[in-house]
Design a protein around this ligand. Structure first.
Ligand SMILES: Nc1ncnc2c1ncn2[C@@H]1O[C@H](COP(=O)(O)OP(=O)(O)OP(=O)(O)O)[C@@H](O)[C@H]1O
Length: 344
């Protein structure tokens, strides 16, 4: 993909921080000072282990966070220059399913079991477009064909439970694309499917994205999926983005020790899949974050300093940023860290 231009900015998340007020009186800082931009037509992956805050970030963009107990403590989420956080609920329901759509891991949670696929699709289309029932029906049928459902005339009259997991996810993609969204948020859309169907669904999402000229925010914990889909990658750890880079750059030149560790969890042709490494330790809970760098307790390169002070974000290159004490202000390896790397 060509270098995006400033005027092509679609979504801007600035200094977003979110906390949850827990029943035991504690506070959980689930997202902290998250900043990123998505350009028109771009596919951006948000990657990280379970519990890192990926879903909470996407729910905040959709304005679907449970508030309370959730609270957006700072920041803005701007779509086409307008801050979604200032919208009234009614205005936001016009944006949702229209300018921004979302696909979840488990389609049964979004599909209504008591309505046929056709009725659900028509409802969604007519909520945002002034078309007759007949026109909406034809559009639904055409979309089902576009997502590769061969017997669309039969499926349109069926109920969600009558379809396989892969078919339901195809239907969800058809519904998500039915109003030509500018941004599609896909939260682990293939995790529940078997490997062959996963590959088909990923291919289909990218095809639909091209045809409808949408951008995608792709949420996943799977680096292989990132390699196949994304233009740009953001790595999230314990509520913060710790590294961001174009996909090729991230895979060839990862800088954050967490990114390096995540990449090692990726199967390759040479790896024995049964012996795939996992990252030692776990993501700290958002109500008990460590002092200093949040990854320091698991980091093989951590020094005393890392356990005391939060690292700032450094630019390695224009589009490559990393939040780590390994780097000085100029984005160069810090002296003492250079020695630590050399020793490993
Ligand atoms: N309703 C809630 N109340 C309190 N804490 C919550 C709530 N929902 C999520 N969290 C916490 O927010 C943090 C981030 O969760 P989130 O679901 O965004 O992670 P994730 O990276 O998407 O993980 P996964 O891949 O498992 O979905 C976790 O520590 C989680 O326990």
């Amino acid at each position: 993909m060509e270098q995006p231009k400033e005027k092509d900015v679609l979504l801007e998340v600035n200094h977003l921080s979110i906390k949850f007020h827990l029943k035991n009186g504690k506070e959980a800082k689930v997202v902290e000072d998250v900043n990123f931009t998505i350009h028109k037509g771009e596919t951006v992956a948000l990657v990280g282990e379970s519990g890192s805050g990926k879903s909470i970030t996407s729910l905040a963009i959709m304005r679907l966070l449970p508030i309370p107990p959730g609270e957006i403590t700072s920041g803005s989420i701007t779509l086409n220059g307008k801050n979604l956080l200032t919208y009234k609920n009614k205005e936001m329901s016009r944006i949702r399913g229209n300018e921004i759509s979302m696909i979840f891991q488990e389609p049964m949670t979004s599909l209504d079991p008591v309505f046929t696929i056709g009725n659900q699709m028509i409802e969604g289309i007519r909520r945002h477009q002034k078309v007759s029932k007949k026109e909406a029906w034809n559009k639904a049928l055409q979309l089902l064909k576009e997502v590769g459902i061969a017997n669309a005339e039969k499926v349109i009259a069926e109920y969600p439970h009558q379809l396989s997991g892969g078919m339901r996810q195809r239907v969800m993609i058809a519904i998500a694309m039915s109003n030509n969204p500018q941004l599609l948020i896909a939260d682990e859309p293939t995790t529940a499917l078997d490997v062959t169907v996963q590959a088909q669904i990923l291919k289909l999402m990218l095809k639909m994205k091209e045809e409808h000229r949408s951008a995608i925010l792709f949420i996943t914990h799977d680096m292989s999926v990132v390699a196949e889909t994304a233009d740009r990658v953001m790595v999230m750890y314990a509520g913060q983005i710790v590294e961001e880079a174009p996909v090729r750059e991230l895979f060839l030149n990862p800088q954050h020790p967490y990114t390096t560790a995540l990449l090692k969890t990726m199967p390759s042709l040479e790896t024995d899949v049964k012996r795939l490494p996992s990252i030692p330790g776990t993501v700290p809970p958002a109500y008990a974050l460590p002092d200093g760098c949040r990854f320091a307790p698991r980091c093989p390169h951590a020094l005393a300093h890392c356990h005391q002070e939060q690292p700032a974000v450094h630019h390695i290159q224009e589009a490559h940023k990393v939040r780590c004490h390994l780097f000085t202000e100029k984005g160069e390896l810090a002296h003492d860290r250079e020695r630590s790397f050399a020793g490993n």
